[in-house]
Design a binder for this molecule. Structure first.
Ligand code: FES
Length: 90
């Protein structure tokens, strides 16, 4: 797993670094990018976000094993990335 990663956001055109102790959601909010969040712990699915590139390290409890295997969506409140620069559809 990559400890530090860059997240690229396709729609906003923004890119930022996420340190090992941060979440994508922390950085998203700090950069003024709106994504609905609720539980912040991977149990509600509110923050599910499409992944355009990269392999997510999914840590949520809402997606099925099949959904997780597809890597199509990431819960930005709690998940990480196994890719250096994932691209999210935000
Ligand atoms: S806010 Fe609930 S799963 Fe991310």
């Amino acid at each position: 797993m990559v400890n530090r990663l860059l997240s690229s956001l396709k729609k906003s055109g923004k890119q930022f670094e996420v340190a090992a102790g941060d979440t994508i959601n922390d950085k998203r909010a700090a950069n003024g990018i709106e994504v609905p969040v609720s539980c912040r712990s991977g149990v509600c699915g509110t923050c599910l976000t499409p992944v355009l590139e990269g392999v997510p390290d999914l840590r949520d409890f809402v997606q099925t094993d099949l959904e997780k295997a597809s890597g199509a969506n990431i819960t930005v409140c709690c998940s990480r990335s196994n890719s250096r620069t994932p691209v999210l559809d935000i």
